[in-house]
Design a protein around this ligand. Structure first.
Ligand SMILES: Cc1cc2nc3c(=O)[nH]c(=O)nc-3n(C[C@H](O)[C@H](O)[C@H](O)COP(=O)(O)O)c2cc1C
Length: 203
């Protein structure tokens, strides 16, 4: 069964991201086609990027980067549970992405965004060019949560039919993309060196 990591991209001590991440994890388990795992960036606890070399080299000096590399390498698909902060995506998410490079490549990603009026959609649009650079493919079906409507006063998520079917559609598309893209991740030495040439060319 393919491995799917649900990455919670908000790290504040009081946050709704973890509640939403837990719901996505449970929904993924119910979907039944992935071995799902929650990765909470607050628990991963990466510092601000502190690697001396660019991640495209794959040479990592720090143990926290090696651990992070191993975790993302093991994923066949990802879901980012992402808040909108000041019309953008969160700094911890960008930091976590920048630590690595090839580990993200040719993996599909489902986007579960949340926020006030926009439901995090501005953050999603801002993230997409970053995903293209990393050769990730976002699922067209995503989940948009308007937290003023979807969280009750006790901070629980009101997962109505609309939200549940949005999540199921996203997971279904991720399933198809995961199968299709797994072929692209079989990298021979020659393909890897082609990728590295492409990275340096586009810098
Ligand atoms: C620094 C910051 C900036 C925010 N900017 C936006 C915004 O641009 N758009 C929006 O809809 N909500 C914004 N909010 C409200 C968040 O959507 C809301 O606080 C949400 O709970 C944040 O997710 P979190 O609790 O998982 O951190 C902002 C919140 C914070 C803390």
């Amino acid at each position: 069964m393919p491995n799917l990591k649900v990455i919670v991209a908000s790290t504040r001590p009081v946050r709704i991201g973890r509640t939403i991440g837990d719901w996505v994890l449970a929904r993924t388990a119910e979907h039944g086609h992935f071995q799902a795992e929650l990765v909470d960036l607050a628990e991963v606890g990466l510092p601000f990027l502190d690697e001396p070399e660019d991640a495209t080299t794959g040479r990592y000096a720090h143990q926290h980067t090696k651990d992070w590399s191993r975790a993302i390498d093991a994923a066949d698909a990802l879901v980012f549970v992402m808040p909108e902060y000041n019309y953008g995506f969160s700094a911890p998410l960008k930091n976590a992405l920048d630590f690595l490079h090839d580990e993200w490549a040719y993996k599909p990603v489902g986007l579960v965004s949340y926020g006030g009026l926009s439901g995090g959609l501005r953050a999603v649009e801002m993230l997409k060019p970053v995903l293209v650079k990393l050769r990730m493919v976002p699922a067209g079906d995503s989940v948009t949560i308007f937290h003023r409507e979807s969280m009750d006063i006790d901070g629980r998520l009101i997962a109505d039919d609309h939200l549940c079917s949005a999540a199921d559609n996203m997971l279904q598309e991720l399933r198809r993309l995961t199968a299709a893209m797994s072929v692209m991740r079989v990298t021979t030495g020659a393909e890897k060196s082609h990728l590295q040439t492409a990275h340096s060319f586009f810098k």
